[in-house]
Ligand binder design. Structure first.
Ligand code: GAF
Length: 398
């Protein structure tokens, strides 16, 4: 069997296991069988970081790993929640009168989704929901958005509502922004709800136009290696919000509605504050890198990977030096991967912890893993985690 065939089989087996575990948890906690099981994937982002809330471009792809929810409609107008990852932390929430600030912890994400759907005019019912996940938490792979999207799909399906996916992504984001209080952009929810297998999703975050870009590194002999640096990523921490505010200020000073309107990084020279200048330069150059990667994938998919690798490494330097959201473990992982033969690599997600994405020629995979592990061991850091990623399907009923 080919590598791709093996990967597909492994993914299907994993998916069946997730569905089974979610059903079992549902039975153990609530009794009986759920009405269905829904799964939504985590994501990695090929290019375009901190560009979404600047109205720019992003190019994420869905992971095979995701959040599975086993759910059943209930008539009592309440959301009953339990999680395999947090067995001691169940919740029961009355939906009528639900408002931001009333629910904390992980339950705020599903509760926020119900709240956002109802605020958007979708009369979703009470439900019993059992949650399981194989997205590593705190790894910057969007486990929160996956949870939101799985719940959004489950609740709307249970209510017999057919909400267009881009709108559902917006409502899931609203849950995160306005209910949980995390000021994220639209990338993660869009990736979880709109990606297709074998493709990356080009999303124009100004118009919300989404295009599927064929993306299959295995065909070009390369692999996508995700390196979990084990430094935990927390978006609620203040730096993400600070970067957003800096970008908004830079745009205001430059007299544009958002940094997306700048297409030439020379224009950032008009900013006298060196910090704002660097922030703006990252956004402008990263938007351009997204478009370059898309052009490479469209014109020469087989030969594109060495060039895409170089762009990944450039993006890492920009995130490290201009946007200043990288962290020591990510910098060491990128350097070690490059020395061991990776075509390129960069931190992904919001930063200050989480994962690195390395593009690796098939033959160098083991050397790259050994080099990164060795570099971490040499610094007495926790052993990194490795995950081979394949652009996968978006959220669905299993
Ligand atoms: C996090 C956010 F949730 C996204 O919206 C995006 O801004 C990303 O950080 C950085 O590109 O994942």
């Amino acid at each position: 069997m080919t590598d791709t065939g093996q990967a597909r089989e492994a993914r299907e087996a994993q998916e069946a296991k997730e569905a089974r575990e979610a059903r079992e948890l549902f039975g153990a906690r609530f009794g009986g069988a759920p009405d269905g099981v829904w799964q939504a994937p985590g994501r990695a982002n090929l290019m375009g970081e901190h560009t979404d809330y600047n109205d720019g471009y992003v190019l994420p792809f869905a992971l095979g790993q995701g959040v599975a929810v086993a759910a059943a409609r209930s008539a009592d107008g309440r959301l009953a929640l339990c999680s395999r990852q947090r067995p001691a932390d169940g919740a029961e929430i009355a939906l009528d009168g639900l408002a931001p600030g009333q629910v904390t912890g992980w339950a705020a994400y599903p509760a926020g989704v119900a709240w956002a759907l109802r605020s958007g005019g979708y009369r979703v019912p009470g439900a019993r929901i059992a949650v399981g996940s194989d997205v590593p938490e705190g790894a910057g792979l969007s486990s929160s958005a996956a949870l939101e999207c799985a719940v959004a799909l489950a609740l709307t399906d249970l209510a017999g509502l057919d909400v267009p996916r881009p709108e559902l992504a917006g409502l899931a984001r609203r849950a995160e922004n306005d209910f949980v209080g995390v000021p994220s952009g639209i990338m993660d929810q869009s990736a979880s709800l709109l990606c297709q297998p074998g493709h990356a999703l080009l999303l124009d975050c100004r118009s919300l136009e989404a295009s599927q870009i064929p993306f299959d590194p295995a065909q070009g002999g390369s692999r996508l290696l995700l390196i979990n640096t084990r430094a935990r990523h927390e978006l609620t921490a203040g730096e993400y919000g600070r970067r957003r505010a800096e970008c908004a200020r830079a745009a205001r000073l430059l007299g544009v509605p958002s940094l997306r309107y700048l297409t030439d990084d020379g224009e950032t020279a008009r900013l006298s504050d060196p910090v704002l200048r660097r922030r703006a330069r990252h956004v402008v150059t990263d938007n351009a890198r997204v478009l370059s990667v898309v052009a490479l994938l469209r014109s020469a998919p087989g030969d594109a990977y060495p060039k895409i690798g170089a762009l990944l490494t450039q993006a890492h330097m920009s995130l490290r030096d201009d946007f200043e959201v990288s962290w020591p473990e990510a910098d060491v992982a990128v350097d070690a991967a490059l020395h061991a033969g990776a075509l390129g690599g960069r931190m992904i997600g919001g930063g200050f912890g989480g994962s690195v994405l390395a593009l690796v020629p098939g033959g160098a995979r083991d050397a790259v893993r050994a080099a990164v592990s060795g570099a971490f061991a040499g610094r007495s850091w926790t052993e990194p985690g490795f995950l081979e990623a394949a652009p996968s399907a978006s959220a669905r009923r299993l």
